[in-house]
Design a protein around this ligand. Structure first.
Ligand code: NDP
Ligand SMILES: O=C1O[C@H](COP(=O)(O)O)[C@@H](O)[C@H](O)[C@H]1O
Length: 531
């Protein structure tokens, strides 16, 4: 709490909530065996069944950076299923020992952070195996199936395949998985990584192809932003606080801003990125998902289908993005403090003369009774001056100029910082103490690091646990995906067909000035990136 206004209770909320199930205890403490037994509803058949997780593309960047560390964190925090196996699968030749060595390197940085971590890593690695094969070989997947069966030891087998591979080989891998390596009696689920196509047509084709081999409820389309703590908290903030929900409409909210800013370029991923650009990489998925959660109507229940129904409804109420409501940019080289930062096109995996946007700002509108006329402004960019993802909404002002304050400055704002330093800030106006009447602006804030001692789980931990539990709430349904692409496809086509030249901005800057003109057109000033 800033400005020393009100004392907060000394006991953190986490200590007031007794352990109820594995998720409640998740990351706060490792549950005792007794607690684990009491949480039997978590996995009723844990003695008889097995869970096998196969990371397809195990040699790749995402597997090393996110998936194996998340699996280990789940293992460390949740004791986990008595019988579980993790397989890496890729074309690279590796033995089990080499995979374990690779995984242990990715975990090394965690060792000193957690109690008994080294011991836990050793136990975890013993459950990790590797099989080398082609992504389109039924025979190689049948070999994997055989190895999985050996580990499953005749128990009911539940299998999760995480497709951490480039999109052009998704379908081959799904086909082989479903025909040669799916589980017999238990469930088989497949996590699919973005990008889910490049536009409406390619996305529909991908969905159609996936559905040749899988039912919709077997497909878990991951958008890792939905697994981020502050994005999860958005619905809680909205629907459990009476002070917010009545204000959540055009009547009180002037504009909503969703800002994604990275302080590094495409570094090493230029080949992938150039085929997609920032609108597809960040806006059409991560930012639009946050927008949908922010703007949807109250769902009938917290069930996955009820929430996803509301998200689809709000996405379908939106106007497709118009070319005049988009500004695109691309970073150029810049030297600062004697260090030369490269331009996007200096990346040797990017084609010469590429016009692919690394920055975009956009204004979107929802044509429904709640949001009619409210601009939802998005800004996303790489190689900017700060690393920050946040969104804010700006309600109208109740006071007027008579009180020696800048009217625009005096609006209330709710700022939700997704990362880093997760925080929620509510900007309020208050009177400066004294005999006069002068207004000041202060923040009521919840800074997670100060409020909670527990480590915030990585989005991939939450999402992997959800997929294993069959919880679909945070995964994208195919009709959601169609609705999201319908909003972006026309403008993406226009940008490409008209060869729109991006505005060039220096690496490490605040991005193109065009973003400010776009916001100004809707009478909006971008919020400062700091809270
Ligand atoms: N990396 C990231 O931060 C993010 C990635 N994603 C998505 O996750 C998925 C995996 O990403 P990432 O790990 O970066 O991908 P990689 O490029 O590292 O590829 C993963 C593995 O797939 C195999 N592979 C790569 N290219 C080909 C090819 N042309 N043909 C056949 N096999 C190939 C390689 O394994 P081998 O040669 O051993 O078979 C490689 O190790 C992608 O869909 C990506 O879009 C999504 C969000 C973030
Ligand atoms: O999906 C993607 O997300 C990352 C940013 O993820 P974060 O969790 O680190 O915020 C982005 O760098 C990448 O380009 C994109 O594909």
């Amino acid at each position: 709490m800033q400005d020393g206004a009100v004392a907060t209770p000394a006991t953190p909320v986490e200590n007031e909530t007794p352990f109820k199930n594995l998720r409640d205890g998740f990351l706060s403490s490792v549950p005792s065996t007794q607690e684990f037994k009491e949480a039997a509803s978590f996995d009723v058949s844990k003695d008889e069944s097995t869970v096998s997780i196969t990371v397809v593309g195990a040699s790749g960047d995402l597997a090393k950076k996110k998936i194996f560390p998340a699996l280990f964190a789940l293992y460390y925090e949740v004791i986990w299923w008595q019988h579980f196996t993790i397989f890496g699968y890729a074309r690279s030749k590796m033995t089990d020992a080499e995979l374990r060595n690779m995984v242990s390197k990715t975990l090394a940085c965690r060792i000193d952070k957690r109690e008994n971590c080294g011991e836990k890593i050793d136990q975890f690695l013993k459950r990790c195996f590797y099989h080398s094969g082609q992504y389109d070989s039924q025979e190689n997947f049948a070999e994997l199936d055989k190895k999985l069966k050996e580990q499953e030891g005749g128990r009911v087998s539940n299998r999760l395949f995480y497709l951490s591979i480039p999109p052009n080989i998704f379908i081959d891998a799904v086909k082989c998985t479903s025909s040669s390596a799916s589980s017999g009696i238990g469930w088989t689920r497949v996590i699919v990584e973005k990008p889910f196509g490049r536009d409406s047509d390619s996305s529909a084709a991908l969905t159609k192809a996936l559905k040749q081999y899988l039912e919709e409820d077997q497909i878990f389309r991951i958008d890792h932003y939905l697994g981020k703590e502050l994005v999860e908290n958005l619905s809680v903030l909205r629907f459990s606080n009476l002070i917010f929900e009545p204000l959540w409409s055009r009547q009180y909210i002037r504009n909503v801003q969703l800002i994604f800013s990275e302080d590094f370029g495409t570094e090493g991923r230029g080949g992938y990125f150039d085929n997609y650009g920032i609108l597809r990489d960040i806006m059409q998925n991560h930012l639009l998902q946050i927008l949908a959660l922010f703007a949807m109507e109250t769902p009938v229940s917290l069930d996955a289908e009820d929430i996803r129904n509301e998200k689809v409804k709000v996405l379908r109420s939106m106007r497709p993005l118009q070319l005049e409501d988009v500004v695109v940019g691309q970073y150029k080289s810049h030297t600062k403090g004697g260090v030369a930062y490269p331009a996007y096109i200096d990346d040797n995996t990017v084609p010469k003369g590429s016009l692919t946007p690394t920055f975009a700002a956009a204004a979107l509108f929802i044509d429904n009774a709640r949001w009619d006329g409210v601009p939802f402004l998005m800004k996303a960019g790489k190689a900017l001056h700060k690393k920050r993802v946040q969104f804010r909404h700006v309600p109208g002002n109740l006071y007027n100029q008579n009180f020696e304050t800048d009217l625009d400055q005096a609006t209330n704002e709710l700022i939700i910082r997704v990362q880093p330093d997760e925080a929620i800030d509510l900007k309020i106006n208050n009177k400066v103490p004294g005999l006069g009447m002068r207004l000041d602006h202060s923040n009521l804030n919840l800074h997670y690091a100060a409020r909670y001692s527990k480590e915030i789980p990585d989005a991939y931990e939450r999402l992997l646990l959800d997929a294993i539990e069959g919880e679909r709430r945070l995964f994208i349904r195919s009709d959601e995906l169609d609705a999201a692409w319908a909003l972006f496809t026309p403008v993406l086509k226009e940008l490409e067909e008209k060869n729109i030249i991006p505005e060039y901005y220096p690496y490490g800057s605040r991005g193109p000035v065009g973003a400010h003109y776009l916001a100004a057109r809707y009478n909006v000033r971008w919020g400062d990136l700091g809270i």
